[in-house]
Design a protein around this ligand. Structure first.
Ligand code: NAD
Length: 494
């Protein structure tokens, strides 16, 4: 049996990479006073940003509203050209953006580079979609009229993003919003605002009108949403974040009957069947669990493994987790960075303690790692009782929580026993089983024999309390469009 790994030494940052990030920050013309932005791997203040008050946010609404009216009259080709130029700029500055993501959010540099490409992919995708405005033509069944449908911009859009993918969550909203002809107010998480600020600045240089997209950095989230979502010039809110905040924003959105897209929390089940390819299942689980340090809405949260393969699976996963290189995202070969803050570290410790107290077996990790910054060991808990807190909440950290099952029906019932339904995963070599299980999982996304289902061309989003609306794909553009139809009277002429 694998024993708990000793306290690992953290891999140190490469100073040249840190200096690269700091040179970018120095060029960003940030204020001398305001909100502190910290590096989660050290807790040190790395930048200061403006703390916008409610009046400032409403000023941005007024300016964006006027700019949006002009932008709505541009042609799809003009909008596409600007987005193509923005894509090129993001790719050209990819290294700088990736360093900034690591500095403010902590993920390993290789993952930050992947995020930049993923984020830029949304911009390219919506540049391509912008020139395919869809509408259709129908005959009224009873005759006498023809029906023509077309799409128009939904109107001024408020885009609120989380800290875990500071670039991709921003472009996934901004690109379709402006492709469809809208202005936008973007409120990034105060923990990670720098990447969004730089990305939008690059967008301006690529041709996005200065007044069209505003980044509002504020510590007063509630006051911001209460004022802005009640402003009659606003017509849409798109939010990515936790389910409780999503509920609050939906209640606010109801006052003005705003169009709403909600990308909320997940509690992803990952099912490994006896007939799975062991290596593929372990690889896929590691990817689904450790991407972004486990701080991902589609992260594998409840890992269900069938009895026949469970011992071998747990053994292999424990070995892999115990060998993960933990340290600064700027460290050589690092696979796991810091958690975002101390609250997250305390939460990992409490979830582990609760599960072990209820009978879970700790196979590796299980502790915070001492040092400046916010660290927790890659951890594996086996035989987690289904009544433990870790089996019921979104973990958002590097703990693999394994439960065992005997039949397919039991696994599906347990997987669906949650109010959330964002992503699910199934590992099996049987095509019939894969599709049958996928059909029955109550989630918006299913990864089949793979652990990273994100793609700019796919409609990403959840069902149940994980949200409404989709981001990515053609569907992502529809979120920013209103469908209108013209009823054209017809009568026969002679
Ligand atoms: P959070 O809900 O705490 O915050 C998200 C954003 O909302 C931040 O910008 C925050 O400042 C802002 N916010 C908080 N209260 C607000 C209010 N009253 N009015 C306006 N804005 C407010 O979430 P987080 O901790 O930043 O992110 C983690 C959560 O996001 C997890 O639950 C995760 O599953 C979810 N998430 C979902 C997706 C998805 O696509 N479904 C993607 C990434 C993250």
């Amino acid at each position: 049996m694998t024993t708990t790994a000793p306290q690992q030494a953290l891999v140190a940052a490469d100073p040249e990479r840190v200096a690269n990030a700091d040179r970018t920050i120095a060029r960003m013309a940030l204020p001398a006073e305001g909100l502190a932005v910290e590096d989660p791997s050290t807790g040190e203040r790395i930048a200061t940003i403006v703390d916008v008050d409610v009046d400032g946010a409403l000023e941005a609404v007024a300016v964006a509203d006027a700019a949006g009216r002009a932008w709505a009259r541009t042609t799809p080709r003009q909008r596409a050209d600007v987005l193509h130029a923005w894509y090129a700029m993001l790719i050209d500055r990819a290294d700088e953006l990736a360093h900034l993501i690591v500095r403010e959010m902590g993920k390993p540099l290789a993952e930050a580079r992947a995020e930049v490409q993923y984020a830029a992919d949304f911009v390219r995708w919506y540049a391509e979609e912008a020139v395919r405005p869809r509408g259709d033509y129908r005959d009224a069944p009873g005759g006498g009229a023809q029906i023509v449908t077309r799409r128009s911009p939904v109107g001024l859009s408020v885009l609120i993003t989380p800290w875990n993918f500071p670039l991709a969550m921003a472009t996934r909203k901004i690109a379709p919003a402006i492709a469809a002809g809208n202005a936008a107010i973007v409120k990034p998480a105060t923990l990670t605002p720098l990447t969004t600020l730089l990305a939008v600045e690059l967008g301006r240089r690529a041709g996005i009108p200065e007044e069209l997209v505003h980044v509002v950095t504020t510590s007063r989230s509630s006051a911001f949403s209460e004022a802005v979502l009640r402003d009659p010039r606003v017509r849409k809110v798109s939010f990515t974040g936790s389910t409780p905040v999503g509920r609050t924003l939906l209640a606010l959105a109801s006052e003005q009957v705003l169009r709403a897209s909600m990308e909320l929390g997940g509690n992803a089940p990952l099912l490994v069947f006896d007939d799975a390819d062991l290596e593929r299942a372990v690889e896929g689980t590691l990817a689904a669990k450790l991407r972004n340090g486990g701080q991902s809405c589609v992260g594998a949260n409840r890992i269900y493994v069938q009895d026949g393969i469970a011992d071998a699976f747990v053994e292999a996963l424990a070995e892999r987790l115990a060998g993960i290189r933990v340290g600064s995202g700027f460290g050589e070969g690092v696979q796991l960075g810091p958690l975002i803050d101390d609250r997250a570290v305390r939460s990992m410790a409490a979830l582990t303690e609760d599960a072990v107290a209820r009978g879970a077996e700790l196979r590796t990790g299980g502790s915070a790692i001492a040092g400046a910054g916010h660290w927790f060991q890659p951890t594996l808990l086996d035989r987690v009782p289904s009544d433990s807190r870790i089996a019921q909440t979104e973990i958002f950290g590097p703990i693999a929580a394994v439960q065992r099952f005997s039949t397919q029906a039991e696994a599906i019932a347990r997987a669906n026993d949650t109010e959330l339904g964002l992503a699910g995963y199934v590992f099996t070599e049987s095509l019939d089983r894969a599709l049958d299980v996928a059909d029955r999982l109550e989630t918006g996304i299913v990864g089949i024999n793979q652990g990273v289902p994100s793609n700019a061309a796919a409609p990403f989003g959840g069902i149940k309390a994980s949200g409404m609306g989709r981001e990515g794909g053609a569907e992502g553009l529809e979120e920013y469009e209103s469908i209108r139809y013209y009823s054209i009277a017809r009568r026969r002429t002679r």
